[in-house]
Ligand binder design. Structure first.
Ligand code: SF4
Ligand code: SF4
Length: 187
């Protein structure tokens, strides 16, 4: 005798769902006045104000933009192009950074040169900072330490889109108080 096949669909009885009804706490007439609570809040604010004025060094806030918040050394910030000791641009237009860039925001034009260290150099080098995701892949890909992201300048605000396109002139002068001359990481 053939054994009956199991049913294709099986229905189980739905489990009971627990519902928790929370009752809203009623405000007392004193709380409904609101004014005492406002005064209490102002008292706390005033207490912090007096404490900070008495001891400004303990203040948790910065007087930005006059005082800038310190940025960690390893923070990936705006790019700069490094120079050789003879003030020529270290970039050899090998395109490795542009190839590694996931945002495709680096555009380089190569030119021929007669420098003893490289026969090619970048005649144009632009980074579209609106597309850049600050991943640092370009820095990692560069074989001659020509590009760095150690300016400690975070994403800046601008009024025009064109101001976010950083050209070779900007990038080779974007050194702040750091040296524009590089010590190659891979001598
Ligand atoms: S930081 Fe990343 S996204 Fe920005 S230019 Fe370099 S590789 Fe491209
Ligand atoms: S910055 Fe470095 S990786 Fe990019 S093109 Fe110049 S030499 Fe090559």
């Amino acid at each position: 005798m053939r054994t009956p096949l199991p049913p294709l669909l099986s229905f189980s009885t739905p489990k009971k769902i627990m519902t928790l009804i929370l009752k809203q706490k009623k405000l007392t007439w004193w709380q409904k006045l609101y004014v005492p609570e406002i005064l209490r809040g102002m008292l706390i604010t005033g207490r912090h104000l007096v404490k900070n004025l008495a001891n400004p060094s303990r203040m948790k806030t910065f007087a930005w933009p006059e005082v800038k918040k310190p940025i960690d050394e390893g923070y990936r910030s705006e790019h700069r192009l490094m120079l050789r000791d003879d003030d020529t641009v270290r970039c050899t237009a090998c395109m490795l950074c542009a190839t590694a860039c996931p945002a495709k925001c680096i555009h380089i034009t190569a030119g021929e040169g007669d420098h003893p260290e490289a026969e090619k150099f970048a005649t144009a080098y632009t980074i579209d900072m609106l597309r850049c995701i600050y991943c640092g892949f370009c820095v990692e890909a560069c074989p001659c330490d020509a590009i760095r992201m150690d300016t400690q300048k975070p994403v800046e605000a601008n009024y025009k889109r064109e101001d976010f396109i950083k050209d070779i002139y900007y990038l080779t002068h974007n050194h702040g108080d750091k040296s524009p001359y590089s010590i190659a990481r891979y001598p």
